[in-house]
Design a binder for this molecule. Sequence first.
Ligand code: 5AD
Ligand code: FES
Length: 332
Amino acid sequence: MEQLTKSEIVDILKDDSQNEQLFAKADEIRRKYVGDEVHLRGLIEFSNICKRTCKYCGLRAENKNIDRYRISVEDIVLYAEKASEMGYKTIVLQSGEDEFFSRDLICKIVSEIKKFDVAVTLSIGERSFDDYKAFKDAGADRYLIRIETTDSELYKKMHPYMDFDNRIKCLKNIKSLGYEVGTGCLVGLPEQTIESLADDILFFKALDADMVGIGPFIAHPDTPLKDSDNGSFTLALKVMALTRIMLPDINIPATTAMETLNPNGRIIALQSGANVVMPNVTSKEFRAKYEIYPNKICINENPVQCRGCIESKIKSIGRTVAKDYGFHKKVV
Ligand code: 5AD
Ligand code: FES
């Protein structure tokens, strides 16, 4: 397994003359370590209510220009059931940091969904150790919480009232409880340096992450960063490819944000190191309202359309859709 130093990573990120070789190498390593199967995770965006004020995110509490919703427990479970009938073997439950969904409520949702013979991933933000423990005991298998950036100064600027050390603590707690841990970062935040992106990759490695999601920053008009430039698709793809090279056997999603910046973004990502896609299985009425960033894809489609669309795209590049749960199989 090839391991790069920070300065080697920085050099690769700064030099665009070898990008195609980098993507080809990440694709080769993906094939060797995790194969040609693509894991589909059915994503349910069940609440866009959030108590946080992340500067980049359209769901931030201070955004008044957004139609807030919460899906009922019954409907969340119903979407999960339908997704499992469509063939999904993992359900990802994502929301803003919405305290209405108490420990007991999340446990109830998880245990109901586990009856459908699926793996369950939670992506609901920072919670206490005891909450994380209760969710795990209720059957949750994985937890996603991006570090967003490992530059602690930038982290502070981007996340008012939040604490970088607590984020790290959450990741450690999740890991110690035996979850598969998903993390990741944004690429192209204002003032973010190439050096800090190299640190992000080394952080994923040090954490021994099971899954890493990387996406470009996309400026949302109803946030303080509305006048900032979007992140670069190519740079995000390079960070993702380097993550594959450094952590060869993990799961790496082709993120939706990539496709927002490039009409073929997820397929390009699947050919540059990614092996996972997370199609939306929430009904159409909520999709546009879960506006983390503008121009999100699939807001006019329904779950059946997205399943068909992504399956045919995957097949068109000679890959197959996996039928198992898609846990991280450690090889290295
Ligand atoms: N552009 C791109 N990605 C964003 N996220 C939040 N806001 C934006 C944005 N404006 C990402 C964060 C979060 C994930 C759910 O969405 O990285 O962890
Ligand atoms: Fe939703 Fe293609 S995945 S339309």
